[in-house]
Design a protein around this ligand. Structure first.
Ligand SMILES: [Zn+2]
Length: 266
């Protein structure tokens, strides 16, 4: 989505936050960053190109990386960032971080963060804080999210072009939400069993009535939409699900500014 380094580091940052204890797709998970061995495991799971000095991992670095995790979580929970507090946390992380011009593997110039020291925690801090800074200056902090799954506290980084990612990869959050939405629609349908004017549900008689009522003057766009109208029940459900999720996301974005620090779970 951004450049490869930024994308890679943002994924690593989300993974770091997700090592904290909490609900992952309705399953309570323990702290995954309690020992030096676990820190090494986290580092070994990184893309090799991230170049964080894994051999530096010791108790001191573990403790500092855990502090870093708390601060990154604080920033993430405040996203989309509209207040000064998370920016101040980010500025704390950026203090002592320099900038130099390097070259990518294909020879292009690029800005590289210079950490306060060669210690693991400082290298990680410089790398993560710089990548989050990219999001802030580009007004893209809404890409730092919490999974929309029920009973899930996992954070996600949405690197999709159309900002469509809502669920984590820990379990079946997307599927559970889909089933819940389906059941809610079924329940609503039982309460109000009026026939839905989808092409698949129309009997010939209804088509006639609906057509005369609707056929004022279909635009080209309406015709196109009708051709694309899903015909199977599952395709219709999937389409409704996508629309509903989009609505909820918009609603959440709208409310976010009024919401107090609800996102903080400590
Ligand atoms: Zn989830």
């Amino acid at each position: 989505m951004f450049d490869v380094d930024t994308d890679r580091t943002l994924v690593a940052a989300a993974d770091l936050v997700n090592t904290a204890a909490g609900l992952r797709s309705a399953t309570p998970g323990p702290d995954q960053l309690a020992t030096v061995a676990q820190l090494k495991k986290y580092l070994n799971q990184r893309d090799g190109d991230i170049r964080w000095p894994a051999s530096n991992a010791d108790r001191t670095q573990l403790s500092r990386v855990r502090d870093l995790r708390d601060k990154v979580h604080e920033i993430w929970a405040a996203a989309p960032i509209e207040t000064e507090a998370p920016v101040q946390v980010l500025n704390q992380l950026l203090s002592g971080v320099g900038l130099r011009i390097g070259r990518t593997s294909d020879g292009q110039h690029r800005a590289e963060p210079v950490p306060a020291s060669a210690e693991l925690a400082d290298v990680m801090t410089a790398s993560i804080a710089t990548s989050i800074q990219h999001l802030v200056v580009r007004e893209e902090t809404a890409r730092m999210r919490t999974c929309r799954g029920e009973s899930c506290e996992a954070v996600i980084i949405d690197l999709t072009r159309n900002r469509s990612r809502l669920f984590c990869d820990f379990g079946n959050c997307a599927n559970r939400a889909h089933v819940r939405a389906y059941r809610a629609r079924q329940a609503a349908h039982r309460k109000d069993p009026s026939p839905r004017p989808t092409p698949a549900a129309q009997t010939p008689v209804e088509t006639e009535g609906a057509a005369s009522a609707r056929l004022v003057k279909p635009s080209a766009a309406e015709k196109a939409a009708q051709i694309q109208e899903p015909t199977s029940q599952s395709a219709t459900a999937a389409k409704e699900f996508r629309e509903r999720m989009r609505d909820e996301l918009m609603e959440k974005r709208g409310k976010k500014s009024k919401k107090s620090k609800k996102g903080k779970k400590k």
